[in-house]
Design a protein around this ligand. Structure first.
Ligand SMILES: Cc1cc2nc3c(=O)[nH]c(=O)nc-3n(C[C@H](O)[C@H](O)[C@H](O)COP(=O)(O)OP(=O)(O)OC[C@H]3O[C@@H](n4cnc5c(N)ncnc54)[C@H](O)[C@@H]3O)c2cc1C
Length: 352
């Protein structure tokens, strides 16, 4: 894509789910852009990658999940074609029932207009001797897993081939805000979109926003006898990755904001796994990352209050797979087509 007088339309900071989804929107509009991203945050790489429209604690619909699901399916399908890799692995989610009350609540929920479509009214009995689930499972429909690690790696390659990715840390001190454009080292751009995940806490332009951050860890477990082909939700998730490997987690930790796995979480997750899986297993890896969670559990999207060519795309919390295609579309049509942002995700909601 040609850049007029060396001037880019956009500079994007961060290449996780947020940055990637925005780049895709820019490609659709044929915009000239470059990305600067480092490896300081790992959320999109370690994510379970599940897309599941239902909150499985109370059996309620996640925020705008019905709207986001169709959009997300089309978005990842188009990416599969562009990148030439499989990203979408449809897999059912089975919620293990802990009590008769939960079964009853499930039945009640299957009658609710917004949930009906997503909750199977049949209870699946457990037939697997390696799993303790005497009350069976409820099945969530239209669920699956996006291989987010493969997505980030393939997208990075795609950007490198186009000479559109600079793999380094963005230094906020070097950004010069000029009349009508921005200068960063030898790059000039009309606009900049910050998509640094929890790294936003170091961004002097947007770190006033109420991001809390929440660390999560997964174990990778090899369990050749288990043989389940659904994502099992009990006290933790067990997500089948193929070849008898399962991703098991994740926990929610509010104090520690590092990307380092801990011994404490390893034993907590193993204990939870053993509470419902009764076969031999081996832990083969442990992964950690910080979810960019926000105090009101909604994304952070919008324009800087003073510097009008600075934007933020962040706050996807624990549901980045479904939210990214929706939120990136919202931001681009806000900037390019002057369409108002969905008030739920607009950062103006925090204006005093
Ligand atoms: C354990 C765990 C499990 C999860 N499971 C799921 C799941 O099953 N389903 C789901 O939908 N979501 C899940 N999530 C949430 C999901 O991962 C996030 O919502 C999503 O990845 C956030 O994407 P992001 O692009 O905003 O942030 P990130 O993935 O953190 O990406 C930000 C990028 O910006 C870079 N960056 C930051 N600062 C700078 C800087 N100064 N200069 C240059 N680059 C910078 C970072 O290094 C990183 O590459 C999970 C998260 C975790 C941690």
């Amino acid at each position: 894509m040609a850049t007029f007088g060396g001037m880019l339309d956009y500079l994007v900071i961060g290449l996780g789910l947020a940055g990637i989804s925005f780049c895709e929107r820019l490609e659709e509009k044929n915009k000239a852009f470059k990305v600067i991203s480092d490896a300081s945050q790992t959320s999109s790489i370690v994510a379970g990658g599940l897309y599941n429209p239902v909150i499985l604690k109370r059996f309620t619909l996640a925020w705008k999940a019905d709207e986001q699901l169709q959009l997300a399916k089309e978005f990842y399908q188009a990416l599969e074609v562009r990148l030439g890799v499989q990203l979408d692995y449809p897999v059912p989610v089975y919620r293990r029932f802990n009590s008769i009350e939960e079964q009853n609540l499930w039945f009640e929920s299957t009658d609710k207009p917004k949930l009906k479509r997503f909750l199977s009214p049949q209870i699946h009995p457990n037939k697997n001797i390696s799993v303790d689930a005497p009350l069976g499972y409820g099945e969530v429909l239209y669920t699956g897993r996006i291989d987010t690690k493969k997505l980030v790696e393939s997208y990075k390659e795609h950007m490198l081939k186009k000479d559109s990715l600079i793999s380094e840390s963005f230094d906020y001190n070097l950004l010069a805000i000029k009349e009508g454009f921005l200068q960063y080292n030898n790059l000039k751009a009309k606009k900049i979109v910050f998509a640094e995940g929890y790294g936003m806490m170091n961004n002097p332009y947007f770190n006033h926003l109420p991001m809390k951050g929440n660390k999560g860890e997964y174990l990778l477990i090899s369990a050749p006898e288990l043989k389940i082909n659904f994502a099992l939700k009990s006290s933790v998730f067990a997500i089948p990755l193929g070849n008898d490997i399962y991703k098991v987690g994740a926990n929610y930790e509010w104090k520690d904001k590092t990307n380092e796995p801990t011994e404490k979480t390893r034993s907590q997750l193993a204990k939870k796994w053993e509470s419902f899986v009764k076969c031999d297993y081996e832990i083969i890896n442990q992964l950690a990352g910080v979810r960019p969670t926000v105090s009101d559990r909604r994304p952070l999207v919008g324009q800087h209050p003073e510097h009008k060519n600075l934007y933020v795309l962040n706050g996807f919390g624990s549901r980045g797979v479904l939210i990214a295609p929706y939120a990136s579309g919202q931001l681009l049509s806000y900037i390019e087509d002057d369409r108002p942002l969905d008030a739920d995700l607009d950062i103006n909601r925090f204006k005093k």
